[in-house]
Design a protein around this ligand. Structure first.
Ligand SMILES: [Zn+2]
Length: 143
């Protein structure tokens, strides 16, 4: 098993100033978004090769294999990279609670923000409106 991250993947990762990428962790069968954590190259490599999710803890400045202390392990089912390489999606089988508070997900723990619900225009069939679509694309490129 190689102990460096695949160079092709390494070249695609867009890390922040601390060398980290965000990893969205999702329950593979229910689609629940469980939590978001941070990974450096070695945490990505370990997650992709060891069958368990490993993060880099920004507060403790150490690797953190989820479940080693809590028992709430995350078993990897699949992993993907987003279009511009600055985030990963890891689909897992989560044992117990994903959140350190004991809640199933960090977003249940954090709570609903009461966002205004947008109403989709029934006429909106997704047909291109040249200007806004171009702007979306620009925004994504400039993120
Ligand atoms: Zn949490």
């Amino acid at each position: 098993m190689p102990d460096v991250l695949d160079p092709t993947l390494s070249a695609r990762l867009k890390r922040d100033d601390a060398g980290l990428v965000a990893a969205v962790i999702q329950q593979h069968d229910t689609g629940e978004v469980l939590m978001v954590g941070w990974m450096d190259d070695d945490a990505v490599r370990r997650t992709l090769t060891e069958g368990r999710v490993t993060f880099w803890s920004r507060s403790r400045k150490e690797y953190w294999r989820k479940g080693d202390t809590s028992g709430h392990a995350q078993y990897v089912k699949a992993a993907s990279i987003d279009c511009d390489g600055d985030a990963l999606l890891v689909q897992v089988d989560q044992v117990g609670a994903a959140c350190h508070t004991g809640a199933r997900t960090c977003f249940v723990a954090g709570g609903d923000l009461g966002a205004v619900v947008g109403e989709r225009d029934p006429q909106d069939d997704g047909a291109p409106h040249a200007t806004p679509q171009d702007r979306d694309q620009q925004d994504e490129e400039n993120r």
